[in-house]
Design a protein around this ligand. Structure first.
Ligand code: UDP
Ligand code: MG
Length: 340
């Protein structure tokens, strides 16, 4: 089921009214984040109360198995309204963000992690740049405290590789923490693809981009929800969704190997004609077989990655399913059961 934000209504006494659009929307995906919520809400209250902007906080519970959903729907905010959505299972952060962006009505939309690694205190500065005309304010990680040497190194190599391969400039070391203008969000919401590599999709519309640097602190509590296997799948998704160059590299590699094989074959023919065939060269033969076998398997693998993605697109399944929603503005609450 594709979620249409126009379906959501606030109930006003016995009459339904259109959802008021917010000036600022803050989209937060959550997966088993109960221990984080008190700190997150306290910091949001402090920041948002200083803004004097009509603010909605969109909380997308990505199939948590702890009490995240109960906690967010029972939280009565003071300085903002909350709109909570529960996905029917864990669809992954990219899908949760997609759901959040579909629901966001604000003129400016900020994406934030629930673990306070993206400090809400930076939002006023981001808004200032937006007011001065930035369409997108990217938040670049100056330091990545709390991450292992291996994670920092692999991530820097990956961003360099992505920068070389991608047809759209994807800023390095910029996660999902950024501010997007309404027009940019509308463009992203029009992208119907199933392979949602958000760092790429958020950069794709372009517009006037500005990058600020910040220090990324470790998670306040709990652990990262990503393991190396998931991170490497995300990395491959990023490259295959934003570049056809691996296919071209595979073709060039095939051509180069074919040309060298032809030259080597010619050399063997001439040598046999001139000097006869002493039946030697087992190591060379093994080397060539293994080398060609390796290249062939690798290129078939690259083709497979793209075919797998075509398969996902062709199935055309929705990116997420909303199970429940609950809008909360101070003490007034509207809940909807959308599917079972
Ligand atoms: N998250 C999510 N679904 C998932 C995994 C993570 O919604 O399947 C959310 C998580 O609750 C957090 C954000 O995505 O708000 C970033 O997750 P995490 O802190 O684990 O990632 P990291 O900071 O290590 O990149
Ligand atoms: Mg985190």
């Amino acid at each position: 089921m594709n979620f249409n934000p126009a379906d959501i209504r606030f109930q006003d006494a016995d009459q339904e009214t259109e959802l008021p659009t917010a000036e600022l929307s803050i989209v937060i995906p959550l997966f088993n984040e109960t221990p984080m919520l008190s700190e997150l809400f306290a910091r949001l209250e402090t920041t948002i109360s200083s803004l004097s902007k009509r603010t909605e906080v969109i909380l997308v519970d990505d199939g948590s198995s702890d009490s995240t959903w109960l906690d967010i729907t029972h939280y009565a905010p003071q300085s903002f309204s909350t709109r909570c959505f529960a996905l029917s299972r864990n669809f992954g952060k990219e899908a949760a963000l997609t759901a959040g962006l579909h629901a966001a009505s604000g003129q400016a939309v900020v994406i934030l992690d629930a673990d306070c690694q993206d400090p809400p205190e930076l939002i006023p500065e981001m808004l200032q740049h937006w007011a001065q005309g930035a369409g997108v304010v990217n938040m670049k990680r100056r330091s990545r405290d709390g991450e292992s040497w291996l994670k920092r190194k692999t991530s820097s190599i990956y961003y360099r590789l992505l920068g070389m391969l991608s047809e759209v400039p994807i800023p390095a070391n910029v996660g999902d923490f950024r501010l997007l203008d309404r027009r940019v969000v509308d463009e992203i919401n029009r992208l119907g693809e199933r392979n949602r590599y958000m760092k790429g999709l958020l950069a794709w519309p372009g517009f006037n981009q500005l990058t600020l640097e910040y220090d990324r602190h470790p998670r306040v509590s709990g652990n990262s929800k990503w393991n190396y296997w998931q991170l490497s799948s995300l990395a491959i998704s990023g490259i295959t969704a934003f570049s056809n160059k691996p296919l071209r590299i595979a073709s060039w590699m095939g051509l180069m190997v074919a040309i060298s094989a032809f030259a080597y074959g010619l050399w063997i023919l001439l040598r046999t004609l001139l000097y006869g065939d002493p039946v030697s060269g087992y190591p060379t033969m093994m080397l060539v077989i293994l080398f060609l076998g390796g290249i062939q398997l690798m290129t078939i693998g690259i083709l497979g990655e793209y075919i797998g993605r075509i398969f996902t697109e062709v199935k055309n399944r929705p990116n997420y399913i909303i199970r429940d929603s609950c809008d909360r503005d101070g003490s007034s609450v509207t809940s909807q059961i959308r599917a079972i």
